[in-house]
Design a protein around this ligand. Structure first.
Ligand code: HEM
Length: 148
């Protein structure tokens, strides 16, 4: 029963993370407004919380609820999945730092002013995050089936 509960939590967090990154991707495609800037900060907070849940629940599943740490330590697809998770987490620092720097402007009800090249870079980073998440889901399916 606990194993099913943790699998459920893992899936909910994974879907939440993917949805919030996709929402960010759509929001940064258009011109930034007060409303979209606030939504980006909220989406970024959700991404951070979902990533933390994924990590904590994922580690507990590895240690106690699935095939055991020895199995995952030998799985190349598990190692690839964790490496991708770390890569996406590091990438996500770039948009997070930008969105957090908007807080003061937003408090004063001002639209943040972002140079076009910076916005393009943020868009690219979020695009790569989405690609990374798809690759993580592929690795998750492969490792669960004992491939690699
Ligand atoms: C963005 C991050 C992540 C996503 C999107 C994700 C997604 C998934 C999905 C979809 C599955 C189900 C695979 C299947 O049954 O076919 C799964 C399983 C699993 N994940 Fe994750 N995961 C993420 C991060 C992590 C992390 C950080 C860990 C561990 C530290 C982890 C550990 C596990 C374990 C142990 C399973 C069970 C595999 C099995 O049935 O043998 N995951 N994950």
């Amino acid at each position: 029963m606990l194993a099913a509960l943790f699998a459920f939590l893992h899936h909910v967090a994974a879907f939440t993370l993917a949805a919030a990154v996709a929402a960010e991707f759509l929001l940064v495609r258009d011109e930034i407004t007060l409303k979209s800037a606030r939504r980006l900060l909220t989406a970024d907070l959700i991404i951070g919380l979902a990533a933390m849940v994924l990590l904590v629940v994922g580690v507990l599943r590895v240690l106690y609820f699935e095939k055991g740490p020895e199995y995952y330590a030998q799985s190349l697809t598990f190692i690839a999945k964790i490496s991708l998770f770390v890569a996406v987490a590091l990438l996500s620092i770039i948009p997070t730092r930008e969105f957090v720097s908007w807080r003061n402007a937003l408090r004063q009800r001002q639209v943040p002013i972002v140079p076009a090249d910076k916005m393009r870079r943020i868009r690219n980073v979020i695009h790569w995050e989405l690609i990374g998440i798809v690759a993580i889901i592929l690795c998750a399916a492969l490792m669960a089936k004992g491939i690699g």
